[in-house]
Design a protein around this ligand. Structure first.
Ligand code: NAD
Length: 483
């Protein structure tokens, strides 16, 4: 039995319940969106993203303290726009019913799968890409014809407000609504009897969300985090590996769910890797303090957490290499944290157990490739894995002997930018996926439909059973039965 009906839920946010009920009522009265409505709304969403770009970029930067305008343009504007373009190109095909095989026994009946909107979908978004991680799931949910309620993160309040204003401009409140608030709103939100709940955030909160959803048997997609490894094979050019790993790590100051969390380097190459990493940072971020393209850590709590991770590793005997090309003083108030390499941190240090989510890169050493694979496999399944090697055979071995949500060979992050590839975790890094056709099907119900033909043989198997059924069974089972 469902633990709570909408009316029984006590809500901390007055806006939540009415917003949800309006969407539910609209679903009950009008159901989902037609193809034409979906296409029109996707166009309007794309137009709004372009019109609101400046306001949104300012809001995001103010929320972070400083967020590179380029990072914002690429990930919060370009990524949703290209997702919308891709969805529009493929939507007709995805919506088409698919024909399925019919066994000769039931011919000439036909089998079809039809794709229906699920109903009212809830989306809970995190702060690290506060616009993209609300708007891209929204685009897929709309493409599948649903009505949607969104709860953005409380850590990026200006962005949430701007996004709410933008989406109010695009959508009627009985199609899409945004409710704001902190964890208490998140808790109430995840208790609502949605038809699907799509959560992006930490693994620990994901557990709470799934537990709350279970009371109403609400299916969930959980887009979570974790520690994504980068493995460098000794034959791969170290400077190139260091460049791609550093770029992946330092984008958004490491506050990316698929950022390479730590790097596995062969023992004898550690010093060369450190030098190559330092060289890349020097080239990309000659200055940190006054560099508008070096993003700040989102909050004081996260800043202190990251400083604490390095301090603990240092105390436990790790070598710390802080890369601050001009030796600037980075005021804690700016929440800019210099890229930091940590070598030799013990396995049980917090840095090696928790997702880092900042510009700190632990380097773990290995001797044989099998040892690196074993190191990864001894830990929870990561969201991404990055392997650097030009040998295809070895790359296939690493891909087949490890399990991760996604992977890149010879690069980092870029698999997430490939719109036709599904994006999601596995094990502790998530459940389900979106992007690509998977995005549409995540938000659709696959309804199995059997269509009986006017002339058919179904009556032959009806009781009273007798010789005809015996003969048919002999044929079907391939063995003779006697009465
Ligand atoms: P978080 O889990 O702290 O918060 C995410 C959202 O959940 C916020 O809107 C928050 O208000 C809400 N929330 C908090 N407590 C809740 C509860 N008990 N019930 C329901 N909702 C609740 O995550 P965050 O700090 O905003 O984001 C960082 C994390 O998200 C990292 O672990 C990162 O790896 C992960 N992440 C994953 C992806 C992905 O696509 N897989 C993308 C970005 C971030």
């Amino acid at each position: 039995m469902s633990a709570a009906t909408p009316l029984e839920i006590r809500l901390p946010d007055d806006a939540l319940q009415p917003a949800f009920e309006r969407l539910k009522a609209a679903w009950n009265a009008k159901q989902g969106l037609s193809y034409q409505e979906r296409m029109k709304l996707l166009d309007r969403l794309a137009g709004a993203l372009k019109r609101w770009e400046e306001r949104l970029a300012t809001a995001i930067s103010e929320d972070f303290g400083n967020r590179s305008r380029y990072e914002t343009a690429l990930t919060e504007i370009f990524v949703p726009l290209s997702a919308i373009k891709y969805i529009k190109k493929n939507l007709r095909g995805w919506m088409r019913p698919s024909a399925r095989e019919t066994s000769w026994v039931f011919m000439p009946a036909k089998n079809r799968v039809i794709h229906q909107p699920l109903g009212v979908v809830g989306i809970i978004a995190p702060w690290n890409y506060p616009l993209q991680l609300a708007v891209v799931p929204l685009a897929y949910a709309i493409a599948a014809g649903n009505r949607v309620l969104i709860k953005p993160s409380e850590l990026t309040p200006r962005t949430s407000e701007a996004m709410q204003a933008m989406l109010t401009e695009v959508f009627e409140p009985d199609v899409v609504a945004v409710v704001t608030g902190g964890p208490e709103v998140g808790i109430a939100f995840s208790k609502l009897p949605f038809d699907h709940l799509f959560f992006t955030g930490s693994t620990s909160v994901g557990r709470h969300v799934m537990r709350a959803a279970a009371d109403n048997l609400v299916p969930v997609t959980l887009e979570l985090g974790g520690k994504s490894p980068a493995i460098v094979h000794p034959e791969f050019p170290l400077d190139k590996a260091a460049e791609r790993i550093a770029v992946g790590k330092l984008f958004n100051a490491g506050q990316t769910c698929v950022a390479p969390d730590y790097t596995l380097v062969r023992e004898d190459q550690v010093d060369a890797f450190v030098d190559a990493f330092k060289a890349v940072v020097g080239k990309s971020f000659a200055t940190l303090a006054d560099n508008a393209d070096y993003t700040s850590i989102v909050s004081d709590r996260h800043y202190k957490r990251l400083v604490g991770l390095v301090d603990e590793a240092r105390t436990r005997g790790a070598r710390i290499v802080e890369i601050n090309p001009r030796g600037e003083t980075l005021a804690p108030a700016s929440r800019k944290l210099a890229p930091t390499l940590v070598i030799g941190a013990p396995d049980d240090a917090s840095l090696m157990r928790d997702e880092i989510f900042g510009p700190i890169m632990p380097i773990v050493t290995y001797q044989r490739l099998d040892d690196a694979i074993a190191y990864v496999n001894a830990r929870p399944r990561p969201l991404a894995l990055y392997y650097f090697d030009r040998d295809g055979e070895r790359a296939r071995k690493v891909l087949s002997e490890t399990t991760s949500g996604g992977a890149c060979i010879n690069d980092t992050l870029l698999h997430v930018g490939q719109e036709d590839l599904p994006f999601g975790g596995v094990g502790a890094s998530g459940i389900g996926a979106y992007h690509g056709p998977e995005g549409f099907f995540t938000f659709s119900h696959k309804k199995a439909v059997f269509m009986q033909a006017r002339l058919n043989s179904a009556g032959l198997l009806n009781p009273p059973y007798g010789k005809t059924v015996d003969r048919l069974l002999n044929l079907l089972v391939g063995k003779t039965r006697r009465r």
